[in-house]
Design a binder for this molecule. Structure first.
Ligand SMILES: [Zn+2]
Ligand SMILES: [Zn+2]
Length: 244
């Protein structure tokens, strides 16, 4: 089949799938009200916890969006963090459904929220996308890597290249949630491997939730070790520290 025909077929198939999707009665993932095409209805979307002014490097809240003291004193290996939401109710519920209940359709919703958040950030210059890898073990348990599902949509919507091979998590560390914050950096040391030459590249790392940022910091260190000049975290939701 000629390329032209193959492309025409692809486009027809894509339009048919899109039409089928829109024709299905869609219910809001949160309030179950009928929703046109979107997984979260307009009303619920308006109430989602949005981040306020925050440090451009680590995305923790700061007055008028200044770089925080911690990032100034000890710059992390990543250069910027973009987040769409605060990790709080009901975003936590959506991400939980996506991650543990196989609601893969939420990948597209997460990707769109991320791209909307990025649109307001002129400092974003990444040209490559990579998903924060899961250990083989955890991916086998879950059947998919939620970060990779989001990254795929981001790549196709932006036309950015996604790096799929040669980057992996070599150590399944104990779940970070089980550890005190101070222990988490130690817990992820040496957790990632990268065989890809990233010389001169600005890379966006996609993940669903950023908590302490220990995994993202270790991953950024790995990418920079392979030549990346800049690493941006694009994460759907940011956990705020206790009391913060
Ligand atoms: Zn709703
Ligand atoms: Zn900071």
């Amino acid at each position: 089949m000629s390329n032209f025909l193959a492309n025409a077929f692809d486009s027809v198939r894509h339009k048919a799938l899109e039409a089928a999707r829109l024709a299905l009665p869609q219910r809001c993932e949160l309030c179950a009200a009928p929703s046109t095409g979107d997984l979260v209805c307009a009303e619920c979307a308006r109430d989602l916890p949005q981040p306020g002014p925050a440090c451009p490097v680590c995305a923790l809240p700061t007055p008028s969006g200044m770089t925080c003291g911690r990032c100034l004193a000890h710059p992390p290996p990543f250069n910027a963090t973009i987040t769409a939401f605060v990790y709080a109710f009901p975003v936590d519920r959506l991400i939980h459904a996506f991650k543990y209940q196989g609601r893969l359709a939420l990948a597209e919703w997460c990707a769109r929220a991320l791209l909307a958040a990025r649109a307001g950030r002129s400092a974003s210059v990444a040209t490559r996308i990579v998903a924060l890898p899961l250990s083989t073990e955890r991916q086998r348990e879950r059947g998919y890597n939620q970060a990779a599902e989001i990254a795929r949509v981001v790549a196709s919507e932006t036309g950015m290249n996604m790096i799929n091979r040669g980057i992996r998590r070599v150590r399944a560390s104990p779940p970070q949630a089980a550890l005190p914050w101070s222990e988490r950096a130690k817990n992820v040391r040496g957790a990632f491997e990268c065989d890809v030459d990233l010389s001169g590249l600005a890379v966006a790392v996609i993940d669903d939730v950023m908590t302490t940022g220990a995994s993202l910091a270790e991953f950024a260190k790995t990418l920079k070790g392979r030549g990346a000049t800049r690493v941006e975290n694009w994460v759907v939701a940011r956990t705020l520290p206790p009391g913060g």
